[in-house]
Each structure stands twice: as structure tokens, then as C-alpha cells.
Design a binder for this molecule. Sequence first.
Ligand SMILES: *[C@@H]1O[C@H](CO)[C@@H](O)[C@H](O)[C@H]1NC(C)=O
Ligand SMILES: *[C@@H]1O[C@H](CO)[C@@H](O)[C@H](O)[C@H]1NC(C)=O
Length: 382
Amino acid sequence: MMKFSLLFLLAWSCVFLGSTGSLNRIGNSDIGFKSLEELVLIRKTLAAQALKLRGLEINLHRVLSKVVLLADAVVQVPGRYSSKEDPLAVLSERLNLLLERLNQEERISTNLLELKEWSTKVCQEPSPSQTLPKELTEEKDEPKVDFYQPAKSDCHELDEGVRVDGVYRFLVPERNEVQRDLYERYCAFATDGPAWTVIQSRGGSFDPHENFNRSWDEYRAGFGNLSRDFWFGNEFAHKILYRDDHELRIELQEAGEPLDWAEYPLFWLDSESYNYQLSVAGEFRGSLPDALEQHNRMDFSTYDRRRNHAKSADSTCGEDYGGGWWFDRCTQCNLNGEHGVHQRASPAIIWMNWRTGTDKPKSSRMMIRPVNPTPGDNSDGD
Ligand SMILES: *[C@@H]1O[C@H](CO)[C@@H](O)[C@H](O)[C@H]1NC(C)=O
Ligand SMILES: *[C@@H]1O[C@H](CO)[C@@H](O)[C@H](O)[C@H]1NC(C)=O
């Protein structure tokens, strides 16, 4: 009990202080009685504790998933908890059930035999049904992919032997206010190594187009369909990025052409109290020019919530360009842009100096992957 209340206290302090990037503000602001170094130290301790807490949370989710699985199994074993009856009666009841099951299985196998006889008869006739067995063997050759992975918690843990992109479900659902699940993720084996978690996908030729000119709350909670165009959600992204160091990969593409990419070795999103401020660090790599650097340390803004520390004219960027983005004044890139005063094409995906400098890419993806996954994921957290 003690240990838990301590942890909760620490968790609250972490929430209170926010995450990466909030420190410099604390330093400049009203807390005058602590030296910066002391604060750095406190901050580091808190961050370490928060990391542990998050590890515990993930473990708890793993246990919960197992309980759910076990509960399902228990339901399938009838009579297990009718303990008031005498053991003999229980035993005979079980025997009866067993016999019943055996009978059922016998019936099924006779049915199967009949079916087999019938199908050989049908297949012997020269008809289109002859293609059936061929199709069946073809299906067998495809790799079997399990998109439900309750024992894993993220895309990067997926088996690299299979490498199939798609929407996976991990652990047990953790739903937000609009019923989107933190553990339902689009995983992409975009490069060598483990899968990436896609946090933005746009430009699929879907009808109707997903609308990306959305409010602060919608960008916070996420929108769109994970198998189509979507924004994973700032709160979910922050939650994942806060726990481990992650790299960011951006892909832009023109239909039928090789894709262009950019990678930032470190990527964070601050908490909502700090407007999901963007940070990128490390040596930029890519076939694209670096258009995100200018947005480093910028707050996220949308048409209905502008960054509040800039009172100049650039605060209408969200309205002019559409979408939510870490606007500066206004933008070197905006993968969430809309047809608006500055663009003629919709959706308007902007990346400064992309190709000729006048074209706009047709589709974009943003994805993240932990740099050094926390080894504590499977430990007991101590
Ligand atoms: C998402 O899109 C897929 C593929 O188009 C579709 O099968 C699925 O029903 C959609 N899901 C929702 C929640 O709309
Ligand atoms: C985005 O939506 C807001 C609110 O509806 C609107 O005022 C703004 O003009 C839109 N921006 C673009 C570029 O479409």
C-alpha cells in the first residue's frame, strides 16, 4: 500500500511538472527559490520514476490481458465453480459432459466423412469446382498473420519474420474520450528492422477524403480510420513518446514514384499543458531537405487554438493553411494542410523544396519507433 501511494504521489508530481521541455520555462518563471541545478536533479529523478511507473502500467496491462484470456477459458470449463455440491456429483456431471462432447465429436466426424465423400463426388465432375482445391493450397502458402497480439505492447515488438503491415491490436484496449484505443496501431515495416508505429497517414485515394482541417480537441484525440487516412492523436503520441526515446520517419510520395523520406533520430511531443510542443534532435538523414528543423520547439496549433506566446500576425496560420501543425510563421512543412488561401490543391501536403519546389506530394506518412526500447517491459519494475 505504502509503495503504491508513493508511486501515485510521484505520478502526480510528474503530471504537474509536465514532461520534456517544460524545465526551461520553470527556470524562467515564478519558482525563484530553487536553483536550476536542483530543479534539473529533481526533474531527472521524477522522469526516472515516471518511466518506471509507465513500465508498471504496461505490465499491468499485460496481466489484465492474461486475465481476460483466462476468464474466457474458465467460461468454457462448465461446472468448475459449483463447489457446494458433493464431489461425486460434480465428477459424474463432468463425466456426463465429457460423454456428451465425445458424442458430439463423433457426430461431427461422421458429418465430415459424409462431406468428404460428397466433395470427392462433386470434384470428380468436370466443373469450375475443380479450381477449389488449388485455391485452398494457395491460401496455405500465404503467411498467417495474427493482428491480435495481446502479449505485445507495440509495433516494434512484432515478429520480424512476418513483416506484414496493418492494423494490430496489443494488450487490452485503453480507450480515450472518443473511444479510440491507444493499443490499436497501424504498424509499418517501412525500413529494415522492427516495425514503426504510424501516427499520420494521408493521401490515400479514398472517397470521401478525410478532413484534416480539425479542431484542437480532434487533433488531441485523433481522427480518421487506421486502415485509411488518419491522425493517431497528440495525446496518444505524447504518451508513447514520453516513455522512451523515439526516432521519427517521414515519407512523402507521388503516386507511382519512389518515395522520399526524412529521419530524425530523436523526436518528442510535450504534454498538452505545453501545447504538444515539438522537439527534434540528432543528425538529420533523408532524401528530403530538412524542413522540420524550423519547427523545432514550436507549439502545436489549430484554427481554434493558437500558440499563446506569439501575439503577432502569424497566429492565423492554422486558419490560413488548415490542419493542425507546429506552425512557426507560418510553415516550412505541413503534412496536414488543406485547400486554403495559400494552396490550390487539396489535400495540400507541404514540404519546402520538395522536388521542383512547386509540386506537392500526394501522400504522406509520419511514423515513430523506439531507439532503445525500455528493457524493463517484462521485468517487475524494480
Ligand atoms: C475502416 O476502413 C476499413 C477499410 O476500408 C473498413 O473495413 C472498416 O470498417 C473501417 N472502420 C471504421 C471504424 O469505419
Ligand atoms: C479550417 O476550418 C476553419 C473552421 O471551420 C475555417 O475557419 C478555416 O478557414 C479552414 N481553413 C482552411 C484552410 O480550409
